[in-house]
Design a protein around this ligand. Structure first.
Ligand code: ACO
Length: 330
């Protein structure tokens, strides 16, 4: 017998430093508030200070999620951190650092790398561990500090990203919470959004740094096209598996990458604006953190209420995309 799984705790952390589009212009980036708002919907983002790492943000979000869940640290059996901007390249994992800082027992802890889809992948993965009764409670975090990986001389990408973290606690519940998941990747589109250097393909060297290949490279238009072509189908397929249609969705929480993508997907699904959550104007694209941050805010402002059917879809580098349908239970 499988176990029902739900989100019983949630939390977010955003670094305090607000950077507006006007600030970017003051920093010497050849752009304008008008251009950024029109093309992306972003007005500001939070940027972590130099001495704040991804695990620092994850820790703050996780503390809140744990407290809300009412679970003791001794009851957490697994930690999954979705990130592509870990504290250290390779190891130790950000999840291990987080596990130690939270004072958890020697429970399993691992990072999950699926870029902006990371939280969706991690949520689906964590759900399996509770569903099959391997774990009682799983801490799932999405945290990224892409401000440290963007090429600040590439105006086409540096204006998009912000830093932050969001966390949830997954537990066994009476009623089904996470009711359907759908994970996808299309590796043939890997080159449209990548960090070309600094890995084993092209190890870090003076040349890699001089060419800024250790930083994010993005073909914005291609990313836009792949995103809109994939997420709608994924959502429709996942809803179909559980006998639902878009009209059944109470709140759509799409990865906050671009307001035009959010609007396009909402329209394609025939959803009114009130059912399509967006906070991209304030935080920009926080990568793996964007969905758990949005969930936290949507709950806080009453856009997600007990009993609501919530559809989350992440998409990002890889190219990857991940849908989770959740019946909000608390
Ligand atoms: N300010 C002013 N002008 C700019 C800027 C800027 N910040 N950036 C680009 N431009 C210029 C370009 O140089 C170009 O000028 P040109 O016509 O003289 O050559 C013009 O604007 C159009 O450039 P495009 O790149 O074609 O602009 P587009 O309309 O595609 O918008 C954007 C770019 C906003 C990046 C868009 O393509 C987009 O949002 N794509 C999706 C990106 C995305 O979602 N990425 C995150 C994925 S999630 C993850 O995994 C990390």
């Amino acid at each position: 017998m499988t176990q029902n799984v739900g989100i019983v705790g949630w939390g977010k952390f955003l670094p305090p430093n607000v950077v507006s589009n006007f600030d970017l212009v003051s920093m010497g980036i050849d752009t304008s508030d008008e251009w950024i708002v029109e093309r992306t919907g972003i007005k500001s983002r939070r940027i972590a200070p130099a001495d704040m790492s991804t695990s620092d943000m994850a820790f703050e979000a996780a503390k809140i999620a744990l407290e809300r869940s009412g679970k003791a640290t001794s009851e957490i059996d697994l930690v999954i951190v979705a990130t592509t901007s870990p504290d250290y390249i390779g190891f130790p994992s950000t999840a291990s650092i987080l596990q130690n800082r939270l004072g958890l027992r020697t429970v399993g802890a691992f990072d999950l790398s699926a870029a902006c889809s990371g939280f969706g992948y991690a949520l689906a993965t964590g759900t399996q561990f509770v569903q099959n009764r391997t774990c009682r409670n799983v801490l799932v975090v999405g945290a990224d500090s892409l401000s440290k990986l963007v090429n600040w001389s590439d105006r086409g990408s540096c204006i998009l990203f912000g830093d932050g973290a969001g966390a949830v606690v997954l537990s066994a519940t009476q009623e089904p919470g996470v009711i359907a998941s759908d994970l996808h990747a299309d590796g043939s589109e890997g080159s449209i959004l990548m960090i070309k250097g600094g890995g084993t393909r092209k190890p870090l060297s003076d040349q890699v740094v001089a060419d800024k290949e250790h930083l994010i490279f993005m073909e914005g238009r291609s990313v836009f096209k792949v995103a809109v072509n994939t997420v709608v189908n994924s959502l429709l397929e996942t809803l179909g598996k559980i006998g639902k249609v878009p009209d059944d969705i109470d709140q759509l929480v799409l990865h906050q990458a671009n307001s035009r993508i959010i609007q396009y997907v909402g329209e394609k699904l025939g959803l009114p604006d009130s059912k399509v959550f967006s906070n991209i104007a304030t935080y920009g694209n926080t990568s793996a953190a964007s969905i758990p941050i949005a969930i936290d805010e949507a709950v806080e402002c009453g856009r997600i209420r007990p009993g609501d059917l919530v559809a989350t879809i992440g998409f990002g580098a890889g190219f990857t995309w991940a849908t989770n349908i959740i019946r909000w239970g608390v």
